[in-house]
Design a protein around this ligand. Structure first.
Ligand code: MCA
Ligand code: AMP
Length: 522
């Protein structure tokens, strides 16, 4: 039994010492051994330090999956900085909020993202470095007190600091901030400590029997906890290999599975429905791999069964959150029960409480899921109020509704907060409604989630036009308005027009009535 590392860096460097020549990362034509990734990450750390990064300062990662993402991520930790994760689809308003809320000092991005970032950099007084990952990037424009440079120049121009701070990171040090929304207002930064990440990774790798022999095919975006907090950290901890892709592509995943080096695949349900469709067009089936895992959104019984029939394997479904990483899992050995998210990971606890009394409920009764353990986050960044309401003593209120069977399996049956999960991405109706209400042609609006065959749930907006402007407002205009102001995955898949919205006696829009009405019409 090894002692538990106190930080992600220690988990990684322990594997570097144990397996220096072993491959940790494959990406397109590139391969990195643990020793090579360590060298690259240490260079990032030295350069960040040389550029003035101090312990506890925030560095945003706003880029697509690449080895740079992973090396910079480790480098930020080695330099004792805090990583801020940013979805690559975010537009100016989302970026402005997150970069300023987190007080980001440096941002590491790529050439494709730079034009969006460029709009706002002059409004970020704390931001003093932007590093662009690109081979032929030439910054244009004037930036007050801001240095913008490409990755190679950043690495070469900054004098090397060979000796990094010898003080090791502590388990209580904040490692990263992941933005996630609540029922109201702006998204909040969930602070995860190194201890949270390592403890959860120990639990996950133990439960899923993850070992140094594994090769994880990773197509999930690295800017979410699913890809980064589970996929990457688990691989560092176990000394296994990540076969990283820029993005998910069903044909590419299928071809890779046929080659036979993959032992694990982690995905959201949309990826599994696309893999089923891919398999239906192919004559050959991949050999069994050790483990297929699904999470971030509900996996339907139909997908579970179709996948089992075509691939000869049962998907293992688990349940997680940005604030708590992984909470519950179906067993690796033992019954994988479709429609359920299984049992708590080792060393972690869960329970169901009554929504009103907050008292624990008996098996079979539906209430809010609460979780407790070393994986539960430190709190919301600079938001004591939200942190206080998120906890019931040391139990974290997940905002998910569910029940537990008498043999301990949990089923998620709904959500206490309004949330649409589209292809594994969370969309908060309130955020889309606020953007649409600013449109001069819209009088009232309600955003609801309806079933979707590929995405699981889709964003649907029901619009009441301003009477005088109703002729100028059409579906394209509503979608265009959203796309300009929000990440593209938040845009409506359907726009429905209505003369009025159903309201209760207090004037609140009755979304359940809208949902029932439009679900019947689907
Ligand atoms: C992309 N698009 C979407 C979505 N993804 N629209 C709605 N919902 C989506 N999820 C839109 C884009 O905006 C774009 O629109 C068009 O689809 C094509 O974009 P592309 O990137 O090519 O899409 P895709 O490759 O088809 O993406 C589908 C996907 C992706 C592979 C399922 O959404 C994905 O990787 N999802 C996983 C998200 C994830 O990791 N979630 C974990 C968070 P246009 O062309 O009009 O601009 S939850 C978490 O971390 C907790 C801990 C947990 O439990 O896991
Ligand atoms: P995020 O805040 O992006 O981390 O999203 C976390 C939310 O995703 C959870 O609160 C759940 O609502 C949802 N979620 C994650 N895994 C599952 C799952 N296996 N089944 C249903 N919902 C899930």
């Amino acid at each position: 039994m090894h002692t538990r590392p106190s930080s992600v860096v220690e988990a990684f460097t322990t594997s570097c010492q144990r397996y220096p020549q072993k491959l940790v990362l494959l990406f397109e034509q590139q391969q990195y051994s643990f020793a090579q990734l360590n060298t690259l990450a240490t260079r990032w750390a030295s350069s960040l330090r040389a550029a003035g990064l101090r312990a506890g300062e925030r560095v945003a990662l706003f880029q697509e999956n690449s080895p740079t993402f992973i090396a910079a991520y480790l480098g930020i930790f080695m330099a004792r900085g805090i990583v801020v994760l940013i979805n690559t689809q975010y537009r100016q308003t989302e970026l402005r909020h997150m970069l300023s809320d987190a007080g980001v000092r440096m941002c590491i991005t790529d050439a494709e993202r730079w034009p969006e970032l460029q709009y706002i950099v002059n409004d970020m007084p704390l931001l003093d470095y932007v590093v662009v990952h690109s081979i032929d990037f030439l910054p244009e424009g004037q930036y007050d007190a801001l240095t913008v440079m490409d990755e190679a120049t950043f690495m070469d121009q900054t004098p090397r600091v060979e000796e990094l701070d010898p003080v090791p990171l502590k388990a209580t040090d904040i490692a990263l901030i992941g933005y996630t929304s609540g029922t109201t207002g702006r998204s909040k930064g969930a602070m995860l400590t190194h201890g949270n990440l390592v403890a959860n990774s120990v639990a996950v790798t133990t439960a899923w029997q993850w070992s140094a022999e594994d090769c994880l095919l990773l197509t999930l975006p690295l800017f979410h906890i699913h890809g980064l907090g589970v996929g990457v950290i688990g691989s560092f901890l176990t000394g296994s290999t990540i076969d990283l892709r820029r993005r998910f592509d069903a044909a590419d995943v299928y071809d890779t599975l046929l080659q036979g080096q993959t032992t694990m695949f982690f995905g959201v349900p949309t990826m599994y429905t696309r893999l089923i469709a891919e398999a239906q067009q192919r004559d050959v089936r991949p050999a069994s791999i050790r483990l297929y895992v699904s999470g971030s959104a509900p996996l339907s019984q139909q997908t579970f069964e179709e996948f089992a029939e075509l691939f000869g394997q049962q998907i293992l479904e688990r349940y997680g959150m940005t604030e708590t990483i992984m909470n519950l899992t179906n067993p690796y050995e033992g019954e994988r029960r479709p429609g359920t998210v299984g049992l708590p990971f080792p060393g972690q606890a869960a329970r169901i409480v009554d929504m009103q009394t907050r008292q624990p409920l008996a098996d079979g009764e539906t209430g809010e899921i609460q979780v407790r353990g070393p994986h539960v986050f430190h709190g919301y960044w600079r938001n004591r109020e939200a942190t206080a309401t998120a906890f019931d003593g040391d139990w974290f209120n997940t905002g998910d509704l569910g029940w537990r069977s008498d043999d301990g399996y949990y089923t998620i049956s709904g959500r206490a907060r309004e949330l649409i999960i589209s292809g594994g991405y969370n969309v908060y109706p309130r955020e889309v409604e606020d953007v649409l209400l600013a449109h001069p042609g819209i009088a009232e609006v309600a955003v609801i989630g309806l079933p979707h065959p590929d995405l699981g749930e889709q964003v649907v907006v029901v619009v009441v036009p301003q009477p005088a402007l109703h002729e100028t407002l059409d579906t394209q205009e509503v979608i265009r308005w959203c796309r300009e102001r929000l990440a593209s995955y938040k845009k409506p898949q359907q726009v429905l027009f209505s003369a009025h919205l159903p309201r209760n006696i207090l004037g609140k829009i009755q979304k359940h009535i809208l949902k029932q009405h439009y679900e019947r019409q689907e």
